[in-house]
Design a protein around this ligand. Structure first.
Ligand code: HEC
Length: 399
């Protein structure tokens, strides 16, 4: 069941490869971006060389050559060192119950799920068979949206809906997914799978080296010297980089698409390319440090990795900074005045022990804690916030 199969050789035919010259669209305008390192974790990272990162609502899992390390709202939740070689990871819908799984593809191609809970320490469970992938080495995984999860098997796309696994004649690597689509780089360009119509499409883009799916659902691709934006059935050039500057990598985040350049980090957002210098603690991405890598975060932040360091950077308005402020200012309030009732199995039956729960209740927190309406939190007789705590909370809930 391959559905509609169409291969397009798009654009005006000219010199390159099979002869492709993609149209030039509205160029991105240049702007500046202020980013800084985000102080998101309580314990130091000893993850070695990190291959991939998966982020849930509150969880950050680093998969590296010392094993998998997990943090929840920035607190260490342990490490499992049983597997030390990783290829890919993703956050996907759990099989058999609501919620989400953090999956990692290990060096042998097994699909490993991270098992953990409030009182359960981190361990791995091989769930290859749950996806009908036993004995089939997987190289990549990506969430496609809804119940669909995409895997790359022997270089080709396979899609699981949690019950059956379908194989497609689509050769891909660097798999990305979301909003019902999966895409990857192929021999000669970008291959795109649409789940609803089950259609496969191919856009020629010789020498494409990066691919990302923006939060608005558009695909972006990069060669060493240009950025391309999806436009209908093809890609159009949106930015050209002057040498010696080069594009090193692309990765999507919750705010836009991050672009790692040889001497800077930039974000594509609202028709702009917002550029920031690379943080000083990292060596430039040119020949002297070919190992610098980029992973976008759903929070909007970016992870920059080299062989020994993991650095999270973001804007003041970003999700990582929100977590950092929460850890610094709100977590102590929670521990002093709220956790008596608001732990996961607490008497209030409302878990407020995580950053994401506070973020979800931002407005309600303003009402209950700041205005005391309809009744105050903490309840009368259960303690009070100091004026400083109240000021910090007022500022945090209005972020
Ligand atoms: C003595 C127990 C107790 C303490 C301490 C307490 N709460 Fe509550 N909280 C409750 C109960 C019970 C409810 C549910 C009933 C209600 O909404 O009043 C609740 C409800 C809430 C809600 C509303 C959730 C909703 O869905 O509307 C918020 C927000 C909240 N608490 C925040 C806090 C914060 C922040 C603190 C600490 C600064 C705190 N609470 C301390 C018992 C407590």
């Amino acid at each position: 069941m391959l559905g509609l199969l169409s291969f397009l050789c798009a654009g005006v035919v000219q010199s390159l490869g099979c002869g492709v010259d993609l149209p030039v669209g509205e160029p991105l305008s240049l702007g500046q971006l202020a980013i800084h390192p985000i102080d998101w974790n309580a314990s130091p990272i000893e993850a070695g060389r990190v291959a991939t990162i998966a982020e849930g609502d509150d969880e950050v899992a680093l998969f590296g050559d010392t094993g998998v390390s997990l943090w929840t709202s920035g607190d260490s939740h342990g490490r499992d060192s049983a597997v030390r070689s990783w290829r890919s990871s993703a956050v996907v819908p759990a099989l058999g119950f609501s919620g989400r799984w953090l999956l990692g593809i290990d060096g042998e191609g097994h699909v490993q799920r991270l098992r953990f809970g409030p009182t359960q320490s981190l361990s791995l469970e091989d769930v290859s068979a749950r996806y009908q992938l036993q004995g089939k080495p997987v190289s990549e995984v990506a969430s496609i949206g809804g119940a669909l999860v995409g895997f790359v098997l022997d270089g080709r796309l396979a899609v699981s809906d949690g019950k059956t696994l379908k194989h497609y004649e689509l050769s891909v690597r660097s798999l990305v997914g979301g909003r019902g689509r999966a895409a990857g780089l192929s021999e000669r360009g970008v291959a795109i799978f649409d789940a609803e119509s089950e259609s496969l499409r191919h856009v020629e883009l010789p020498d494409a080296k990066g691919l990302a799916l923006a939060p608005d659902g558009l695909l972006w691709a990069a060669t060493a010297d240009a950025l391309y934006r999806e436009s209908g059935n093809t890609f159009e050039q949106a930015y050209h980089v002057e040498s010696p500057q080069q594009i090193v990598a692309l990765s999507s985040s919750g705010m836009g698409v991050w672009v790692l350049l040889s001497d800077s980090l930039a974000q594509i957002r609202d028709g702009q390319l917002l550029v920031a210098p690379l943080p000083g603690m990292l060596s430039p991405a040119d020949g002297s440090s070919p190992t610098l890598r980029l992973i976008g975060s759903p929070s909007g932040d970016a992870w920059l990795l080299d062989d020994t360091q993991v650095l999270r950077v973001g804007e003041d308005s970003g999700g990582g900074q929100d977590l950092a402020l929460w850890r610094k200012q709100m977590l102590p309030v929670f521990q002093r005045l709220c956790q008596g009732c608001h732990l996961p199995s607490g008497s209030a039956h409302i878990d407020l022990s995580t950053h994401s729960s506070w973020a979800r209740y931002r407005r309600v927190l303003a009402k209950r804690v700041v205005e005391g309406l309809p009744t105050p939190m903490p309840p009368v007789g259960s303690g009070k916030l100091t004026p400083e705590e109240l000021a910090a909370l007022t500022a945090w809930v209005s972020r």
